[in-house]
Design a protein around this ligand. Structure first.
Ligand code: AMP
Ligand code: ZN
Length: 463
């Protein structure tokens, strides 16, 4: 089945056809690096990692370019660096490194390019100059507007077509700042002046810094071109961020579209509310991986990843410890089934599900079937890997789970060797006693036909 993707711009699922199949181009808005990312921020990273993997499978790994930017300049960053008494570079480099470690642990491939906003100031200035020259932007000189450059939304007849709202609705919905130097309330900032203590760059409009939306038009232009295939991010970015990116790029480059397809993931929620820094209902990726913070324990990255993919990317996810436990049991089963099996090719049924607008719940249901039958497990492993799952060696997974369960693997191996010796010498009472001792530790034994014994850590109180 051909790849079909739901497009926010057309409001329907369309067949995907890249502008250039030799160079399929994907742009996703990345993190603002002022603080640790929470698990809600991980949702677009994981969702678009699955899309990246699928595109690489369909078009070839060397024919897909994925750009995910790093926003390393904004007011939150300026404030946080000042609070901590460090430079903006120190703050953003440290946070960006932490983000990379977190998403590595979630099994995400690194994007092809990870451009930083502050490395693209000349491109941003060039975009603004084009907009001014084309009559789409203006630099007010009065009413306190000096040093600003604003995008004139009235200059673009179909402004608002991505979010499908009227100008009045947009102004009301976004609580747009009303300023006397704006020609229209909906006009948004492309460039703004910096006070002396604030970071700034020289520009034709004086020393200043970019507005929020400008960087993505500049970076996607530089790394992907004037138009490209797919643009992604969370639902909250549709307006104003993506609407304004689209306006900037289409008007600067005189193109009818910025990206052909716009994809947006739904929110990860806690008790029905969007997880967010401002609501304080968040848990960081780092905490879930490394401290006993959620459901009273820490979680392998792969469990977090599977829990995320069990829900279709456009639906909300309620983040619960129960869903994580279920995902962990699924991985325990799949890894046990994968033991000694060589990966094959992804199964067609699985690819069909995934090609239907990234239907990961359908793909996972197919995986259960593939991993359940011995003759389809090789295809199951290859399919799971397309989701970024089952990446570890089954023995490593088992070892990690034992360590978590507090079982000392060396001690278990010693007891198993003693039991094998007892069995060879037909000391059945000793053999049974040792099996009992291991069972008390939660260790389950399996005697193999070749005379060896394998073991696993049973889950207490679970099926
Ligand atoms: P931010 O750092 O807030 O700009 O967010 C970075 C990315 O995470 C954006 O694509 C957001 O749409 C996305 N995001 C933020 N919070 C959530 C959430 N609770 N669920 C899903 N995506 C989110
Ligand atoms: Zn963006």
């Amino acid at each position: 089945m051909a790849l079909r993707l739901y497009n926010t711009l057309t409001r329907r699922k369309d067949d995907f056809s890249p502008l250039d199949p030799e160079r399929v181009r994907l742009y996703v808005c990345g993190p603002t690096v002022y603080d640790r990312a929470h698990i809600g921020n991980a949702r677009p990273v994981i969702v678009f990692d699955v899309l990246f993997r699928l595109l690489r499978h369909l078009y070839g790994a060397d024919h897909v370019v994925y750009a995910r930017n790093i926003t390393d300049i904004d007011d939150k960053i300026i404030d946080r660096a000042a609070e901590r008494g460090i430079t903006i570079r120190e703050l953003t480099e440290g946070t960006a490194r932490g983000f990379a470690e977190d998403v590595d642990a979630l099994g995400c491939l690194r994007p092809t390019v990870e451009p930083r906003a502050t490395d693209h100031i000349p491109e941003m200035i060039a975009v603004v100059e084009r907009l001014v020259a084309g009559g789409h932007a203006y630099a007010p000189t009065e009413d306190g507007g000096a040093g600003h450059v604003l995008f004139a939304v009235g200059s673009m007849p179909d402004y608002g077509r991505l979010s499908n709202r009227t100008l009045d609705e947009m102004v009301a919905g976004a609580r747009v700042e009303v300023a006397p130097y704006k020609r229209a309330d909906g006009d948004f900032v492309l460039w703004k002046p910096s006070a002396l203590h604030e970071p700034g760059w020289d520009s034709p409009w004086g020393r200043g810094r970019p507005g929020w939306h400008l960087e993505c038009s500049a970076m996607s232009w530089k790394h992907l071109g004037e138009t490209f295939d797919i643009h992604g991010g969370g639902l909250d970015l549709i307006f104003p961020h993506h609407e304004n990116e689209l306006a900037q790029s289409c008007c600067a480059f005189h193109r009818p579209v910025m990206a052909q397809v716009w994809m947006h993931n739904g929110f990860l929620q806690v008790e029905g509310q969007k997880m967010s820094k401002s609501l304080g209902n968040f848990v960081t990726i780092r905490d879930l991986l490394g401290t006993e913070s959620f459901g009273g324990r820490r979680w392998p990255g792969e469990v977090l990843r599977l829990a995320m993919l069990r829900t279709h990317y456009r639906q909300p996810i309620d983040w619960t410890a129960k869903a994580l436990e279920e995902s962990e049991r699924t991985l325990d089963r799949w890894y046990a089934a994968a033991e000694g099996v060589a990966p094959g090719e992804p199964a067609q049924g699985f690819l069909d599900e995934l090609s239907d607008d990234l239907n990961t719940p359908g793909a996972i249901a197919t995986l259960h079937g593939l991993m359940g039958e011995s003759n389809t497990r090789g295809a199951g492993i290859a399919s799971a890997r397309l989701l970024g799952l089952l990446q570890a060696a089954p023995s490593d997974w088992a070892a990690r789970r034992e360590a978590e369960a507090g079982v000392d693997a060396a001690a278990v191996e010693t007891l198993i060797a003693e039991r094998l010796a007892a069995r060879r010498e037909k000391r059945w009472a000793d053999s049974d006693r040792i099996r009992g001792e291991l069972a008390a530790l939660g260790v389950v034994l399996k005697d193999n036909k070749d005379g060896t014994t394998s073991w696993d850590v049973g889950r207490k109180g679970t099926a």
